[in-house]
Structures are given as C-alpha cells and as structure tokens.
Design a protein around this ligand. Structure first.
Ligand SMILES: [Zn+2]
Length: 265
C-alpha cells in the first residue's frame, strides 16, 4: 500500500527531529499523568505527540492564540489513550478546533445531529466529538483536566474516547475489539454497569461513575474511560469487571501505574 508507505516515511521524518525540550516542559507542567509513566511509556508518548501535532489540522477559534503549548497538551492527553494501541493514531480525526473557554455552538454538531436524529438545543460545551467531524475542545477545561489527574474528569480523554468508539463506524459505546469473546464480555459487563448507573441516577443516587455516563452507551464508554485513567485503583477495587474489560481494550494497567506513582511519591 503506497499510501501507508508514504505515511510511514513521513512519520519517520517527523520523528527524526528531536522532541523539543520546551515541549517536555509543557508536559511536565500541564499533564500530571506524564509523571506517572515509566521512561519507555514517556518516550512512546513523546513520539505519538510529535506525530499527532504535525499531522492534524489545528484550527484556532474564538480568538485563541493556538500555541505549541496548547497543541502539545492536547496531543499528549489524546495519545495517552493509545499507549497500548499501536498505530491507530486517530485516523478518523482530521482536525481539532480549540476555543479559549466554554463555548455555545450556534449549530449543534453532536452525533445525534450527524446521524440525522435528535438535535439537542444549543448548550455550552467543554468539548465535542462528532462522527466524520472535528474534535472541539476548550483550552481552559483541557488545562484544568491536565493538572488534576485524579478527579475523574478529563475532557480530552472523554472526546477522544468517543473517536475510538467511532472507529468501527458506529457510536454505540463499543470500540473495535479483537475477539468474539472480548465483545461478549464487553456487552455483558458494560450493559450491567450501565443499567446500574441509570437506575441509580434515576433515583438521584450517586455512583462511582458520573451520572452523565447514564445518558447513553456512548457517553458511558467516554465517562468510564475518564475514570479508567483517573481513578483506576478505585475502579479495580469496586468495579473490577469494568476495570478488566477496559484494561483489555486499552492494553494498559492504569491501576498498577497509579499505585506505583503513589508509592514512589
Ligand atoms: Zn460525550
């Protein structure tokens, strides 16, 4: 495949350039999770980040000055999800729109709209991902998420998890998996956890996962992803089945990583 070859060749050229020291400073300042990674994972994340920053279209919106700091901070958090998923690099993400702060889109571009279904009223958003469309992010929310690695909320993980879900062409909370058995377990575990979350949310009761995950299966996967990277030790203890299917998909042991980070602190 000549296109793959060109892509590989272009990526090699990108990676032949050293990762700028200033960029690593941005990671250390704006992405607390970077310090959780071992040296090999850090190197892989820097490589992914370098290619991602170069290959994607970056569109400044709302008068923002779209600096390298912003691009690197977004790219690295998006690519954290890929550390165990080589060579995906979000082929379904072409452009990223960045606003300085909370934005109310004039036209809702959510996936319901793209699917020709329900069009929600325009409401303020911190981020958005649509099928076949761009990822929209708000810089102050991105930065807040990056420097608070264990509060369960990260808009970059959330929106890019939607993009992983969309890789197989459907937005149903199930990203592409490898085996029939993985699909079977995924459906069983996620359906049970999702129904439990919905039932508790309807009664106004708090759950481990944010009640927003009860919106639909797609939101459940994105919210669960946020918690998988932010509260993995607790997820492993209290929702072990969910932790295991996410660990199987992402191919990362985030709980072991978080424990190691806490022990070394
Ligand atoms: Zn969402």
């Amino acid at each position: 495949m000549i296109f793959n070859w060109l892509a590989e060749r272009r990526r090699k050229a990108i990676l032949a350039e050293p990762f700028p020291a200033q960029w690593e400073d941005y990671l250390l300042q704006n992405m607390a999770h970077y310090s959780y990674l071992d040296p090999q994972e850090r190197k892989q994340l820097r490589d992914f980040t370098q290619v991602f920053v170069e290959e994607k279209e970056w569109e400044p919106c709302g008068g923002i000055d779209l600096t390298d700091e912003i691009k690197v901070t977004i790219a690295a958090q998006a690519c954290l999800l890929l550390l165990g998923l080589d060579h995906i690099l979000y082929k379904n993400v072409h452009s990223i729109l960045v606003y300085p702060s909370t934005v109310t889109p004039v036209y809702p571009t959510g996936y319901w709209n793209m699917e020709g279904e329900v069009c929600a009223e325009p409401m303020p958003i911190l981020g958005q991902a649509s099928m076949g469309g761009p990822v929209i992010l708000v810089w102050d929310a991105v930065r807040h998420g990056g420097i608070h690695p264990e509060n369960g909320h990260n808009v970059v993980y959330h929106e890019f998890a939607h993009k992983l879900d969309m890789l197989d062409g459907s937005i149903n909370g199930t990203p592409p998996l490898e085996t029939k058995e993985q699909y079977r377990q995924w459906a069983e575990v996620c359906t049970r956890e999702y129904n439990e979350l919905r039932a508790r949310a309807e009664r106004g009761r708090r759950s481990f996962l944010d009640a927003y995950g009860a919106t639909n299966e797609a939101e459940f996967f994105s919210v669960a992803t946020e918690y998988f990277f932010e509260k993995p030790v607790k997820m492993e203890e209290d929702h072990n089945d969910l932790y295991q299917v996410l660990k199987g998909f992402y191919n990362q042991d985030t709980a072991a990583r978080q424990r190691r980070h806490h022990d070394n602190r």
